[in-house]
Design a binder for this molecule. Sequence first.
Ligand code: NI
Ligand code: MN
Length: 226
Amino acid sequence: MRLIYHGHAAFSLISGDFHLIIDPFLSGNPLAKIKAEDCHPSHILLTHGHSDHLGDALELAAANQALIIAPTELANWCEDKGAQSHAMYMGSMVFPFGRCTMVQAFHGSYIKDNGQTLYGGLACGYVLEIGGKVVYHAGDTGIFGDMANLSRRARIDCALLPIGGNYTMDPIDALAAAAMIGAALTIPMHYNTFPIIRQDPHAFVAELGKQGLAGRVLGPEESVEL
Ligand code: NI
Ligand code: MN
């Protein structure tokens, strides 16, 4: 299974015929090096409705007949906009690509639609079992104690954790989160896209190393084989 970073909170997970893209903020993402038209997902997973996560979801869904998986209110809004969607909430569902478990995230969610602000439901994270690997995408969240239980169903091979601060965990909280999760590999996300979330991901990974945890900084379009 190949994991590709697109900058901010956008990642692709590719295994066999399946291409999952999470939070596809590509157009308007100052860190993204790939154009939405060059991206061909089979599934689009959204953690919440904020524009830096919803991103190009509707356009990608239309261009690729991709299924959008999202918290119910957001999934239903996508459906109203013409996308195929699968609405779910904190729970587990088996899709053709593997198991998708939606988990909590401490964050908000709204959708900006033609000058209106619509309620987006709850924000979430995902634990995804695909290609024999388990990946946790935390979404936008502060730290919470139940991160220690995320590996209850299956050991997490790779944790994608926000470190930008202000809206989410900063590197100090993300370090404690990584220790609770105990993933084989931790990758920082949600930093340096905007001045307010400026952080040093290499310092974060060095601190992980001091705690005996493996970390890796991925630049935009860099990938790792899990
Ligand atoms: Ni957000
Ligand atoms: Mn965000």
